[in-house]
Design a protein around this ligand. Structure first.
Ligand SMILES: *[C@@H]1O[C@H](CO)[C@@H](O)[C@H](O)[C@H]1NC(C)=O
Ligand SMILES: *[C@@H]1O[C@H](CO)[C@@H](O)[C@H](O)[C@H]1NC(C)=O
Length: 345
């Protein structure tokens, strides 16, 4: 599905939805959606977007942001996922897998540093269908997640892995590739398109949303149910994990050696978080346009990625997350806390 869409995109310009790169903002054990008020949180995240990112985030994020790693200069939203690590098959040490921009497919990274590519679509990649289907932008304070680190079942459609062989993305899979990928591992996170219209969040960070999509790729979401009647932009992000320098340590036939920063559930625990933070009505203006804003145009302001790459936040956790590590960040401490607790019982 997606490889067909990709092939079409390379030969003909497409005209619907926003698609833009955001450079890496930080790698930290913070999660203002699932674990607010907590430093550090359970596992490491790769975070992109605005510099209002913080331990706890409420209110109008877009109004507070002063810089963003995203190409769309009015987008101070934050987007994050868990972080991919290589677990050495014989000695058990972990190494963080570098993130590289999603390139050169679909126009490339335009100078992004690491990061991920964000999509907001109204229908699919080539149509907007605005007359039939108005799209309402998220309100300030809105947040949501997809997937779960504790999931032991196949994730729902839209949470997928692809094994990059050169420029070929290959099939979309619900779990990690089972053989080395010469071009890295490509992960996709699609969010639901139907909102209850009332709640900025919900206890599980998901039930204020409803997924009407039943196939992979950038397809139009089906009609929203009465419980979740408000059609919002279809948010998705794509990340490329550059696994190439670890491939020689993965002997043919051995099990997949890549783990998420929480390990545990192998690939089924893939998940992502979204914190809305567009300034004013910028996202609504983008979603109301019916032409030429694939990669932005008109009143939707872009910034050079060289400017975006300068946006930074301070390190609030101060721990080593890169290089060869004996334990995943947070996992050793959790184990010793558990031991301490058991000793006190
Ligand atoms: C993060 O939150 C702290 C505590 O509320 C605040 O002092 C700080 O200014 C915030 N940082 C940013 C970048 O918003
Ligand atoms: C595991 O192997 C890697 C790669 O050879 C090495 O750099 C690392 O130090 C090793 N870890 C341990 C604990 O020996």
């Amino acid at each position: 599905m997606k490889s067909l869409t990709t092939a079409l995109a390379l030969i003909a310009p497409v005209h619907a939805g926003l698609r833009f790169p955001c450079s890496t903002l930080t790698f930290q054990r913070l999660d203002p959606v699932v674990q607010p008020d907590t430093i550090p949180t359970a596992h490491l995240h790769h975070i992109v977007g605005g510099n209002a990112f913080n331990v706890t985030m409420t209110g109008d994020v877009g109004a507070r942001g002063t810089c963003t790693t995203c190409q769309m200069s009015e987008d101070f939203s934050n987007y994050w996922t868990a972080v991919l690590y290589f677990k050495h098959p014989t000695n058990g040490s972990y190494h963080r897998v570098p993130v590289v921009p999603v390139q050169p497919l679909l126009g490339g990274s335009q100078g992004a540093s690491g990061g991920l590519t964000v999509y907001y679509t109204q229908y699919d990649l080539s149509r907007d269908n605005l007359k039939q289907q108005p799209i309402k932008a998220f309100p300030p304070g809105f947040r949501m997640t997809v997937g779960s680190p504790t999931s032991s079942n196949k994730p729902h459609v839209g949470l997928r892995y692809q094994c990059l062989q050169g420029q070929n993305r290959g099939a979309e899979m619900p779990d990690f590739p089972t053989k080395a990928c010469t071009g890295g591992i490509f992960t996709t996170h699609h969010f639901p398109a139907c909102w209850d219209g009332k709640n900025l969040d919900s206890p599980d960070h998901q039930s204020h949303m409803y997924n009407t999509i039943s196939q992979d790729g950038f397809v139009n979401a089906g009609a929203c149910p009465a419980t979740h009647p408000v059609r919002v932009p279809q948010v998705a992000f794509e990340t490329v994990w550059d696994t190439t320098k670890f491939n020689s340590m993965w002997t043919a036939g051995a099990p997949n050696p890549f783990v998420w920063s929480f390990e545990g559930t192998q690939g089924y625990g893939t998940h992502a978080d979204y914190m809305f933070g567009w300034k004013g009505d910028a996202l609504q203006r983008a979603m109301d346009k019916s032409e030429c804003f694939y990669d932005g145009c008109g009143s939707i302001t872009k910034q050079p990625m060289a400017t975006a790459n300068k946006c930074a936040i301070r390190d609030m956790v101060n721990e080593v997350t890169d290089g060869w590590l004996a334990e995943l960040p947070g996992m050793a401490k959790m184990a010793s806390t558990k031991v301490a607790r058991e000793l006190h019982v």
